[in-house]
Design a protein around this ligand. Sequence first.
Ligand code: PLP
Ligand code: ZN
Length: 425
Amino acid sequence: MTLTAQPAVSASIQCPATALVCRNCGAEFPLTPIHACADCFGPLEVGYDQAVLATVTREQIESGPKNLWRYAGLLPVGQEPDSRVSLNPGLTPLIHAPGLAAELGMTSVWIKDDSANPTHSFKDRVVSLAATAAHGFGFRRLACASTGNLANSVAAHAARAGWQSTVFIPSDLEPGKVVQTAVYGGRLIAVDGSYDDVNRLTSELQETDEFEDTAFVNQNVRPYYAEGSKTVGYEIAEQLGWRIPAQVVIPVASGSLLTKVDKAFRELVAAGLVEGTPWKIFGAQSSGCSPIATAFAEGHDVVRPVKPTGIAKSLNIGNPADGPYALDAVRRTGGSIVHVGDAEIVEGIRILARTAGVFGETAGGVTVACLQELLASGGLDAAAETIILNTGDGLKTLGPVAEVVGPTMTIKPALKAAREAGLLD
Ligand SMILES: *Cc1c(COP(=O)(O)O)cnc(C)c1O
Ligand SMILES: [Zn+2]
């Protein structure tokens, strides 16, 4: 025994990120606020030191905070708690749904319910990573182009941090999403155009002197933003008891979430945190905006932009940045990507609510309806364990559902009225 003081056991987590890597040509760049390759203009993605990733253990993760920062050892930023600019989203419920499985003739279905995040969608994950990266780069202002949920989350994160936010949205978004952004007090700019128009405008604004010191979460810090979506995949595996499910159905806008769930599974296997059992990735789009599903059906590698329509506004990106990578993930894993119409989407929302007690937004309806479509077409195995993602809260998109559900009946406050209405029969 020695009498000298023992050094405190260091709980510090090493940052595993080493560079930004071009997804197109493989060129590497330092970890700075850039998102496009200087050589070929391809999109940049965070690259990691596999040896550092492999030092992360299940125990380290399990003893971490009850939010996405438990995976800090697998993320590019946020290793130090003080460095985080975050509403601390994540570790959302993974709900076993036997009622939904029975309704659809399946063996085992789970719902990863990201409506439980602080601003009620999965976007809190990506914004937490983007805002933390922005903080590290010295930015103190956030901005974004959004289809709705990102707007909610950016405005809320900026409010919590005491930063300024400028959020750009298409002017025809759902009232719930507009109010839920405006209430946080930042600047909310409604643009008379589609999301793709808004996105083009913010790309141009980003180049101006006035926005030089602003982090556009899904543009100049997009590589860091995108890594936040990996935590959906990590959580699914951890919540299943450290294993990878056979099939996952994921709603698709830009395609980033889908590609990152696949990346998360690959990383977990490479780091020795789970066994390398096979998985299939399935994508879900709405027929009003299905450029990736269309490219999949036609066997193309290139995604032809479309002009979005339809009720699934959160997914209405007509020119999806991660389209080719989403196609690759789906094809490589043996999955597929399909689309469904507005009536089926509303029915999907109702089925999820009625059979599992989960009220999803239109994107959740897209996922359930696409699950039905995939079962009908035989692309998805009804007997294999399946995870579906509910990425947003139904209270955000009441409109299309309010048209088809309401009180069973309206009666006077009297027993007689209840009897006359047949409630005592
Ligand atoms: C943003 C979003 C998605 C998917 O986004 P990607 O751009 O494909 O990563 C899915 N569901 C909801 C509700 C969203 O807001
Ligand atoms: Zn390149």
